[in-house]
Design a binder for this molecule. Structure first.
Ligand code: GLN
Length: 308
């Protein structure tokens, strides 16, 4: 299989459809992004890599970063994390508040906004926001083996100024005792990790430890245990695309995490990590062309966790 030819073909076929989605304009800084962008990168465990289009241009990772903060928070809190956040798909939009009242401030999973805000609260324990943000950035640089990765301060500020829903979610959970630090500090951490700027190539490399059973074979680092990597992959499959997670599993068949910046990280266990970027979103807030690109790649390569 000529994977380089495949990513170029996928890029060529889908480039014309990038005008179909809608950029996330509720974060003013993201509304400025050029919708015509399309990047694809595949990083294989054996070291080979393939890329096409705007694969080297950094974009706002947004909720894709929640994979890395979850990994970090599990390292801090271990299994105790699961008393504060669930492991079930929500079937609701990423920024929904409705389930929090009935479920007494315990979010359904770590990938919806409420869950990721609890995860940020865990990472903040014993630190100031600046230190917690530094820890997250260092961790992402470590797994990607790339010290040039940075946080975009304009995106972080833009979201701080307009993140009323997230402010509501954090306050609501605080009322139930499930946020332990001042809400402004927790959201400072959350908004900054959402503002991580990474290219497809960097993102695919950063996700490689999840394809490698917790180990990044390119750097030789053991990041997490095999069991933990397997579990994070399971959560990505069941919850990584919010109320479209079932559809993504049906069409792509790989653990994946999307973000409103238009990025998606998909994991092919034992084989590769794939990152795609196209800023136009579908009605569920997931990259429209990015999802199509992953569907094509999965179909053509046969990569799926549901087939031998
Ligand atoms: N920072 C975004 C928000 O809180 C993340 C949402 C997303 O990428 N789905 O709304």
């Amino acid at each position: 299989m000529d994977v380089q030819a495949l990513v170029e073909r996928v890029h060529g076929e889908l480039k014309t459809r990038t005008d179909e989605g809608k950029v996330a304009d509720y974060i003013p800084e993201l509304a400025k992004v050029d919708k015509a962008k399309l990047g694809l990168a595949i990083q294989m465990l054996d070291g080979a890599s393939f890329a096409a289009g705007d694969a080297d241009e950094p974009f706002s990772a947004q909720s894709v970063s929640k994979v890395f903060t979850l990994t970090l928070a599990l390292g801090r809190a271990g299994e105790a994390l699961w008393s504060r956040v669930g492991r079930e798909p929500s079937g609701s939009p990423f920024n929904s508040i409705v389930q929090l009242e009935q479920e007494r401030g315990v979010p359904r999973n770590p990938f919806i906004n409420a869950g990721a805000i609890v995860v940020a609260d865990v990472i903040l324990s014993g630190h100031q926001p600046r230190e917690a943000i530094g820890d997250i950035l260092r961790f992402v640089r470590f797994v990607a083996d790339d010290d040039t990765i940075a946080i975009d301060p304009l995106v972080a500020r833009s979201e701080t100024e307009t993140g009323f829903r997230n402010i509501a979610l954090a306050n609501y959970m605080r009322a139930f005792g499930n946020i332990h630090h001042p809400v402004e500090k927790v959201l400072g951490v959350y908004f900054h990790h959402c503002a991580l700027a990474m290219s497809c190539r960097q993102l695919a490399r950063a996700g490689l430890y999840l394809a490698g059973g917790g180990r990044n074979p390119l750097t030789g680092s053991a990041v997490i245990s095999t069991e933990r990597a397997r579990r994070i992959n399971a959560l990505m499959l069941t919850c990584g695309h919010y109320d479209a997670s079932g559809d993504f599993a049906f069409r792509v068949g790989l653990p994946g995490k999307s973000g409103v910046g238009g990025g998606i990280l998909a994991i092919v266990p034992g084989r590769a990590a794939i990152a795609v970027w196209s800023p136009g979103l579908n009605a569920r807030g997931n990259s429209l062309v990015g999802s199509l690109a992953l569907e094509m790649i999965a179909r053509e390569t046969g990569w799926s966790i549901f087939s031998p």
